[in-house]
Design a protein around this ligand. Structure first.
Ligand SMILES: CC(C)(COP(=O)(O)OP(=O)(O)OC[C@H]1O[C@@H](n2cnc3c(N)ncnc32)[C@H](O)[C@@H]1OP(=O)(O)O)[C@@H](O)C(=O)NCCC(=O)NCCS
Length: 228
């Protein structure tokens, strides 16, 4: 659900993707606003289109209207996802949603609790940069309002990359990682990613057990070179 004035801004834009255009024009007016209905990937395309429009807009006031519209769509989507029960079964009380800037401290806390291998990019500044670059890159699993799992799904237009899969010790072996990775894979594939890669801690039997069980293959003839 988005406010009427935001829906009006969205309708002022030309969309290269016909499904997104259809979603915007088929939005239903209800008592408190306008309901947009569509798959999460259409919302991503919508936000990207509004952001591109804003980048080309020279008038400062118009640019602000576009930025506000894009922020309102992201907020609405996050609220909808938080309210949606995604799966039944053992992870029945787990909800998946996109992380927002308000979640970042909680995400760092989870990484400490989950004992993921620390890196010098584990801070709010770096995570904020990630979300600024791609608002849909950090997926979190929540149980009773607590962050109990994370995964970063990066799409650079060439490969889909998965990082920072972590689950709180209290919620392990209940399918949280499987759920997060499945959702991340769906998301990356919906953007067009054909080949996916995950950076996996070599010394972690849990990580190896997980990726093997999830049907991923270890690549034996490649090494990872890093800088920075
Ligand atoms: C690895 C990790 C993410 C797995 O999370 P999880 O939510 O417990 O995993 P799931 O419940 O979805 O497990 C799915 C399957 O993976 C395999 N698996 C998970 N944990 C395992 C372990 N400790 N040892 C062996 N296999 C394991 C099992 O086959 C499991 O299915 P099963 O429980 O029906 O046997 C979690 O242990 C963790 O956060 N570890 C610390 C951080 C880390 O190593 N992250 C990975 C970096 S690449």
């Amino acid at each position: 659900m988005i406010p009427y004035e935001i829906a009006k801004v969205l309708r002022s834009i030309t969309y290269p993707d016909s499904d997104v255009e259809r979603m915007v024009y088929r939005a239903r007016a209800v008592a408190d606003g306008v309901v947009l209905e569509g798959k999460p990937e259409l919302f991503r395309l919508l936000v990207d289109t509004v952001a591109a429009e804003s980048n080309f807009e020279l008038n400062r006031r118009c640019r602000k209207r576009l930025d506000d519209a894009s922020a309102a769509v992201v907020d609405a989507l996050n609220r909808a996802q938080a309210n949606a029960q995604l799966l039944g079964g053992p992870t029945g009380s787990i909800r998946l949603r996109d992380a927002t800037p308000d979640d970042l401290e909680g995400v760092l806390t989870l990484w400490r609790i989950a004992d993921v291998e620390p890196t010098h990019t584990d801070d709010v500044e770096c995570l904020t940069r990630l979300l600024d670059r791609d608002r849909f890159a950090l997926l979190i699993a929540e149980a009773d309002g607590q962050i109990v799992g994370t995964v970063i799904c990066g799409w650079d237009g060439w490969r889909g990359s998965i990082y920072r899969l972590a689950v709180a010790p209290t919620h392990r072996r209940t399918g949280v990682a499987r759920t997060l990775v499945a959702a991340g894979e769906d998301r990356l594939r919906s953007f067009g990613a054909v080949r996916l890669a995950a950076v996996v801690t070599e010394t972690s039997p849990a990580a190896f057990g997980f990726w093997t069980a999830a049907g991923w293959e270890r690549q034996s003839n490649r090494a990872r070179f890093v800088k920075g």
